[in-house]
Design a protein around this ligand. Structure first.
Ligand code: ADP
Ligand code: MG
Length: 540
């Protein structure tokens, strides 16, 4: 009789070995099935309802994955790659999840047959490496010095990114706007210099691009309507100061002997406020913005002196105004010199839909723009914002890194063919594994067909034949239930999207295949920890 050794707390669950890998793969498959139908121009959208009843309608892989609230430790990897694809390139988030799921699915029979996961991992890495190399070889690089050609390229990439979204009917309108927006930025193309505002009402086509900062009119007091609403070359003061007479705190206690003393306290408060206001007036500032409230006294004071003011400006907007117009956000008005005040060519308060907007254009310091999204339902505008975000990310990427490939499954079919060709020159198990990866890549055109209601077997056979004949850019033609040269059809995607998707999917695959043990400790609080090392075995 061996003495029993207890290593882990009672109630700890552990599963290990091959069956663990298989069960992880199955869990990932279930996640993939959630997003499968959203791929492509004919993809469906998902309506996600959160605990508080907030509903989100989305087609974006990353958004759906984020809202799914996955608890399975291995399946969480897929959520992570969708998020990282979103952060890195912005588009291709559904594709990356789908690819990872399909890689795993194709590798499952090998695991079941007892091929060691390290061998599989090595082959997956090798296949990915070969595929990425091949993308770089065949990607098309249009001439960058030609302005119109570059613009065309960018517009097409943006249109492809948007063709799978709710707003695909308006993609020509929006692709121009997105390219304009990115062109307005400076060389570094900082994403936070593109503001997005949503105003309910109006048609989608009423969405407008402002070449400057714009934000919604803030809460204002009486006297506001007397202030001018338009300036040319105004000086702008940005504050983090309250310009308001404060109500006493409930628990404050001031002991006074006489009415005169009370009057002094009141006067002191007014003097402090008037002192601040006077300094602002003397500095020559015409527009005063503050993160904190600006009260009725101050509003009236400014109105009497033909100045404009807005209090409770959201932090993000105030910062963007500062970056665009110069100056700094002040916490005191003691020293109001030119160096701390900003300026812009034109300021205006304008009616847009049911809201009034403060608009600053011709900003000297940083280049910035704001997209004011119009539309019906709140959820619709939110999805529009996400779709525009995808497109903006794509245009930013394409401006920096302008190689493109054809979408609609064309590049995946070509990669699949390439890998199959290469696998024939390799001896041993790797041959099988690499051709399995080649098969896995076909999931993208297959799913595009399935989602559009096409006969996927038929179309895939046609695609294989065309690619074998050397028609490199033939992909699914969504409009005609057929195959077509997607390079000519202008379904273009930056090669970076595909490269990133492939490497992220392969990383996730390798990670999941390398985990052969999960130990769940019920008492260790949040979340069970997946264990990758085979060292911590439990001797039962
Ligand atoms: P992701 O989140 O991966 O970007 P999408 O739902 O945006 O998912 O779908 C992208 C896929 O749809 C890509 O493979 C792309 O090539 C394909 N696609 C986009 N527009 C078209 C089109 N007009 N014809 C065929 N395929 C298209
Ligand atoms: Mg997309």
């Amino acid at each position: 009789m061996q003495p029993q050794i207890i290593l882990l707390k009672e109630g700890t669950e552990a599963s290990q070995g091959r069956s663990q890998i298989i069960s992880n793969i199955n869990a990932c498959q279930a996640i993939v099935d959630c997003v499968r139908t959203t791929l492509g121009p004919r993809g469906m959208d998902k309506l996600m309802v959160e605990a508080q009843g907030k509903a989100t309608i989305s087609n974006d892989g990353a958004t759906i994955m984020k809202l799914l609230d996955v608890v399975h430790p291995a399946a969480k990897t897929l959520v992570d790659i969708a998020k990282s694809q979103d952060a890195e390139v912005g588009d291709g988030t559904t594709s990356v999840v789908l690819l990872a799921g399909e890689f795993l699915k194709q590798m499952k029979p090998f695991i079941e047959e007892g091929v060691h996961s390290q061998i599989i991992i090595r082959s997956v890495r090798r296949a990915t490496h070969l595929a990425i190399q091949f993308i770089n070889e065949i990607a098309i690089k249009p001439k960058k010095d030609d302005e119109t050609e570059l613009r065309q390229l960018l517009e097409k990439c943006a249109a492809t990114a948007m063709s799978s979204k709710l707003i695909n009917q308006q993609k020509d309108f929006f692709s121009k706007m997105v390219v304009d927006a990115v062109m307005l930025l400076d060389d570094l193309l900082p994403l936070n210099m593109i503001g997005m505002k949503k105003v309910p009402g109006g048609a989608l086509e009423d969405t407008l691009l402002v070449a400057g900062v714009a934000f919604k009119k803030t809460f204002s007091y009486a006297g506001f309507e007397m202030q001018p609403k338009q300036y040319t070359n105004p000086t702008i003061a940005l504050l983090n100061i309250e310009l308001e007479l404060k109500a006493e705190r409930d628990n404050a206690e001031v002991r006074l002997e006489s009415v005169e003393e009370y009057q002094k306290v009141v006067d002191a408060e007014w003097t402090i406020l008037y002192d601040k206001l006077e300094k602002l007036h003397l500095s020559g500032a015409k527009v005063v913005l503050s993160k904190l409230p600006i009260g009725d006294v101050a509003t009236q004071y400014f109105a009497d002196r033909d100045m404009f003011c807005a209090g409770r400006v959201p932090d993000e907007d105030l910062k963007r105004t500062m970056k665009a117009c110069g100056g700094s956000i002040l916490t005191t008005v003691a020293d109001l010199g030119d160096s701390v005040l900003g300026t812009c060519a034109h300021f205006e308060e304008k009616q847009i839909g049911g809201d009034r907007f403060n608009i600053f254009t011709g900003c000297p310091q940083a280049k910035t723009c704001t997209i004011i999204i119009r539309g019906g339902a709140e959820q619709f505008m939110e999805e529009t914002e996400r779709s525009l975000h995808d497109a903006i990310m794509i245009v930013r990427r394409a401006t920096k890194n302008d190689a493109v490939v054809a979408g609609g499954g064309a590049i995946e079919m070509e990669l699949s063919k390439h890998l199959r060709d290469v696998s024939r020159t390799i001896a041993g198990k790797e041959q099988m594994l690499i051709s399995a990866i080649a098969r896995a890549l076909e999931i993208i055109p297959r799913q595009l067909c399935d989602n559009a209601g096409f006969d996927s077997t038929n179309i895939l056979n046609k695609l294989r034949q065309k690619h074998a004949q050397g028609n490199r850019w033939v992909g699914v033609d969504i409009l005609n239930e057929d195959v077509a040269d997607n390079m000519e059809k202008c379904v273009w995607e930056p090669s970076l999207v595909k490269i990133n998707a492939l490497s992220a999917a392969s990383e996730a695959t390798c990670l999941i295949l390398s985990v052969d043990e999960t130990i769940k400790n019920p008492k260790s609080g949040e979340g069970p920890a997946p264990q990758g090392r085979p060292g911590a075995r439990r001797p039962f």
